[in-house]
Each structure stands twice: as structure tokens, then as C-alpha cells.
Design a protein around this ligand. Structure first.
Ligand code: SF4
Ligand code: SF4
Length: 209
């Protein structure tokens, strides 16, 4: 059957009228900030203290956009006769966000929880070279990483938290013990016993109470 002349126009007008009466979903960015979910892949933050320079993230990155430089440092033996140890010291850690495809593999493979997603996304640059974020900038992003969601009630405490809690309790106990010993050490130096014996001496006559 041949289409009725003007039916296409009528259909188009019907769609226009229908949409005109609906509420708009346009986000008024940048006047209104978007309400992003906490696991949004915005930018990567580096928690440098956790990084052991194992290079896993750089090796697994499909875009080869993680640059790491390091050197070895020798730590003297803790006790006489012990062995010296060597450790990696981080010299450079950078991510080129012009190449990054936000796959998250580096964060997944990091065995020491040194990399995190932040939902921050406002880091556009006019010069592409500025999209290579060095370690200081990557550390700054760490402060924008949201807290992890609370554990389910009755869930087992994660082993990292349990280890951190035990270490904090041990430190607090050591500090408390030091605090109680400090006044004793300050008031130490008791006068030697007058009679040369270890027995307590009676107070001297005429002394004040
Ligand atoms: S998110 Fe993917 S592409 Fe980007 S740095 Fe990590 S591993 Fe490389
Ligand atoms: S995988 Fe983690 S610990 Fe290893 S170099 Fe990368 S950020 Fe550092």
C-alpha cells in the first residue's frame, strides 16, 4: 500500500511533541558536577609507599604507558654476622594518560595495592606531553580516591587490616610501656641505704612528715 502523503511529517511531529513534554536529562556540566559512581575509572593514583618496584604493572600494561626507573640500595645487616640486604628504590614512576586505555590491568595485577582508581576526570591538557603524570602528580590523585565500601556485617576481616590493626596495637602497647617507665627513670637515683643494708630504714627522728 502506498504511504499516505504527509504521514512521515506527522510521525516526526508526533515524536517532537512527545519529547518536548518529557524532562530533559542533559547534565549541566561544568555548572553541575556529575554524580559519578565510586568505581569510576577517571585517573590512576599511586600510593608510593606500597610500591616495591616489582615492575609487574609496567610489564602487563598493554599500551606500555607506565614508565618506571629504579636503583638498588644495600641495607646493612641488622645484627653482627648477619647478611646485607638489597632493596629497590623508586626513581621514577609515570603514566602516560595520552596512551592509557583505562583497562585497569595495572591496578588488578599490582600485588601490593599501590595503584588505585580515582573518579577524577578533569585533567585535560592543551599539550599532550602534560598528560604524562609523574609520581608526584600520581600521588596527588591518591587523595581523591574514595574510601572502600564498608564490609558486609559478619564478613571476615581482610588480612591486610588484621595485620595493620595488630601492628598498631603492638605499637600502642610499646608506647604505653615506655610512658610508664619514663617517670620511673626520671625519678631514679635513690639515695644509698645509710646502714649499707638493703632493708628499709625508719624515718629520722625530728623529721617532717
Ligand atoms: S589502565 Fe591499562 S593501559 Fe592504562 S596504565 Fe593501566 S594497564 Fe596501562
Ligand atoms: S605492580 Fe605495584 S608494586 Fe609493582 S611496580 Fe607496579 S605499582 Fe609498584
Amino acid at each position: 500500500m502506498a504511504p499516505i502523503p504527509g504521514s512521515g511529517l506527522a510521525k516526526g511531529l508526533a515524536v517532537t511533541l512527545r519529547t518536548m513534554t518529557k524532562k530533559s536529562h542533559t547534565a549541566q556540566y561544568p555548572d553541575a558536577q556529575p554524580d559519578l559512581p565510586p568505581r569510576t575509572r577517571g585517573v590512576i593514583g599511586l600510593f608510593e609507599e606500597n610500591c616495591t618496584v616489582c615492575m609487574l604493572c609496567a610489564r602487563e600494561c598493554p599500551d606500555w604507558c607506565i614508565y618506571i626507573d629504579s636503583h638498588k640500595e644495600t641495607i646493612p645487616a641488622a645484627a653482627p654476622g648477619g647478611r646485607e640486604r638489597s632493596r629497590n628504590v623508586l626513581d621514577r614512576f609515570a603514566i602516560d594518560f595520552a596512551l592509557c586505555m583505562y583497562c585497569g590491568i595495572c591496578i588488578e595485577v599490582c600485588p601490593f595495592d599501590a595503584l588505585f582508581w580515582s573518579p577524577e576526570f578533569e585533567y585535560a591538557e592543551t599539550d599532550i606531553h602534560d598528560l604524562t603524570h609523574e609520581r608526584d602528580k600520581l600521588r596527588e590523585w591518591m587523595w581523591t580516591v574514595p574510601e572502600p565500601p564498608a564490609l558486609d556485617p559478619g564478613a571476615e576481616e581482610p588480612k591486610e587490616l588484621a595485620a595493620a590493626r595488630k601492628a598498631a596495637e603492638k605499637l600502642a602497647a610499646t608506647r604505653a610501656a615506655e610512658a610508664t617507665q619514663a617517670p620511673r627513670a626520671a625519678g631514679a637515683d635513690p639515695a644509698p641505704p645509710a646502714s649499707g643494708t638493703d632493708e628499709p630504714q625508719p624515718p629520722a627522728e625530728g623529721g617532717t612528715a
